[in-house]
Structure formats: C-alpha cells, structure tokens
Design a protein around this ligand. Sequence first.
Ligand code: 5AD
Ligand code: SF4
Length: 454
Amino acid sequence: MTEPRRLFIKTYGCQMNVYDSERMADVLRPLGYVMADQPEGADLVVLNTCHIREKAAEKVYSELGRLKVLREEKAAAGGGRMTIAVAGCVAQAEGQEIMTRQPAVDLVVGPQAYHQLPELIARVSRKRGERLAADFAPEDKFDSLPNTRAANGPTAFLTVQEGCDKFCTFCVVPYTRGAEWSRPAESVLAEARRLAEQGVREVTLLGQNVNAYDGPGPDGTPWTLARLLRALAEIPGLDRLRYTTSHPRDFEGPGGDALIAAHAEVDAVMPYLHLPVQSGSDKILRAMNRKHTAESYLRLVERVRAARPDLALSGDFIVGFPGETEADFEATLQLVRESRYASCFSFKYSRRPGTPASAMPGQVPEEVIDERLQRLQALLVEQQVAFNAAQVGRTLPVLLVKKGRHPGQAIGRSPYLQSVHVNGAEQLLGSIVAVTIEGAAQNSLAGALLKAAA
Ligand code: 5AD
Ligand code: SF4
C-alpha cells in the first residue's frame, strides 16, 4: 500500500473547472492522494486554470511564483518533492510555453487529458521529459474516468457537454475547449444515479453550450437537453435540476421548444436560466458574431417567461467591446431594463491574443470601460435587490446545503439560486424544507422554517 500523499487543487474560472477539479481528485484518489486544504507541504499541487480573460490567466503565473517558493521550503525541510501541475484552459492554450515561462512547472495537462494524470505524474517522477498532454478527445476522458465519484454535500455539478462551435469574436473557448461534444445520455444518467445514491438532491448540468446538448441515447439517436432532463427527473432523490450555460441560438428549433416546455412541465427543472447576451446593441452583437439580436433575445426571454412566469433570469455582459459607442452601451442598459434580471455577471472586455476582436479597430479606452461597467453594475444590483425583495413574505422550498455562521443556522438554496439563511435548521442539512422568507439583502435571503417537507 502506498502511504497517503497530499494533493492540493486550486480552481480558477467557471463551474466546468470546479467539476473537472473534483474529477481530478477522483482520478488521483486510487493512487493514494488525499486532499489538502493548503498548498504548503503538498506532494502534488494542481492549478486548474482559466484563460477567458487576461487577468485570470495572469493570476496563474503569480501563483506559480509562490508555489516555487513553497516547493523550495518543502525540500529544505526534508519533506521531499512537490510536483506542480498546470491543468485547464491556460494549459490548453499555452502548452509547453508555461514551462518556459515558469520552469518550476512539472507537467501541463489540458481539460481533455486529465484522466492521464496518473501516467503523467509517474513519468515526471521517472524522468523530466515529455510532459504535455493537451490533445482533444472528450470521449477518451469520460471513458477513462473512474466510476466512483465522491459526492460533496447535497448539490453537485455534472458535465454533459463540452466545447463551443459559436466562435464569438472575443472568446478563447472554441480554441481551448475544442468543438461541441455531448456525452452519451446513459453515461450522464449513470453518474447522476450514483450521485443520488450518495444523497445528492440537486444536480447542475454543465456545458459551455449546454442547451446544444445532443448526446446519443441508448439506441444511438441523439437526445435533446429536454429529454435528458426528463430522464434525470425520474431518478429517485434527484429533486432539482439546473443547467448552465445556455446560448440563445441553441433555443431556436424544436430542441429549444422542448426545453421551454420542460420548464413548464417538469417540477424538478428549476425556474432559473442563465442566458448570456453580452450586449444590447445589434451592431456590437454582429461584431461579436453572436448571431442573435437584442430583439430576438428579448422575444426568447418572453417565451421562457410565458412557460415559467417566476423565472429567475441571469446573464453575462461584456462592456467595452471594440467599437462600442455611448449609444451602443445605452442599448445594453435598455436591454437590461427590459429583461429584469435576477443576477448577472458583467465583465470589462479583455483583449485575448489570437481572437478576431483583438485585431478590431476602435478599442475602447480603459477609463471609458470602467465608467460604463460601473453604470451597468449599478443597474444590475438594483434589479438583483428588487428580485430578492420580491420574495419576502413567500414560502419557498429551500435545499439546506451547509452550516451557517451562527449556531444551529443552515444555509440553503431557493429554487431561484438565492442563498437563504435559516436559523435552527442545522439538523436538516441535505433536505428540502419550506421556508418563509422574512428578509432580503443584495446577495441573500433570510427566513424561518415552516415545516420539514422532505
Ligand atoms: N473579455 C471579457 N469577457 C469575456 N467573456 C468571454 N471572453 C471574454 C473576453 N475576452 C465573458 C463572456 C462569457 C463569460 C463566460 O465570460 O461574458 O459569457
Ligand atoms: Fe465563448 Fe461565445 Fe462559445 Fe460562449 S458561445 S464559449 S462566449 S465563443
């Protein structure tokens, strides 16, 4: 038997990376790796990186600088060697260059190759040579991942789709995550059943374009996301289903209608939709290659709201895309006013080398971007506060996820993905309870237990 080795994984970026990090731990567990809370003294440190904006990528290099020092300290204290691995999208995008820029890195492993981590680590420990595994082929990865998946509380992420064929002109994802690919339905269902058996009550299906899901069903014909959700809803214990992120274009056609119908008809499908729009100006949307307009986006939101009037709508925005004028930005604010969001992510445009937008004329000065972002965020906060305040007085089913800061308190999730603080509910962690909402703040709700519901 090998003695336990300490593994520290630091995750950057999106929820797909959170899922990948959990699966990396699953891959490494049979080799005797146990999770550590800090990098100090760890035998293996994995940085699971994000390349989407420049800041995210740069953070990785400063973290690597710190790890290099920790590795030296560990060796000096007679603690043996610390292996440093860079995984995720920076690994995919920059490959070997990472090792040139920071020679302390032992291995680089892309998002489609982490099932090879055991072999790569073995190679590193034998000789320091070919260390790059960043070739695409999600099939290989999912086939090779262990069937054991350690659930971590009553909620879990589950990757069902990867990659992107949309080529928005600002975005690196089509280059780092490859072409759109959907996991076979049966493999998703099997993983979901195992999670449910471990007490998971809420699963969030992940994909860069999750509503483009078209994985083969048991007879080889493709399933839509709606069909997958309906099959998942049959699994005992799985009471709540979410999915993210959706692209407006993939709501066109029968698959989109079926998904909207699922929101109306399947109780387990939560009334929440993350539907990035990026801008409210048709001129900018064209330059972004989004292939939808502000109007078609608003009509789509109306269709989903007709199916689920209480829908919590979320989105992503980019401020300061090349060529964005004050009038274009005003159009974004107008779209926000009409959409009535529950919560949103908004980003300053980040110029990513190699993307078409990075070479476009009319790059917007930093001060202008800052000022616009502030105005957009002020409006989004106003909407978020209003959405939360509207829940006061309602009784909502809340999935209690973890302990709160105060004795006896539990923190749960509303159907709308709001955090809910509930006093005297700690003993009910893992169950869905009825909570009367008594207070609302910008980022959370507070309420009192009505009665145990499940
Ligand atoms: N600059 C700023 N934001 C970006 N996003 C993607 N690429 C960029 C970029 N180059 C944002 C988009 C996307 C989210 C995941 O990140 O809003 O929906
Ligand atoms: Fe990037 Fe656009 Fe694909 Fe989303 S849809 S991952 S923003 S290219």
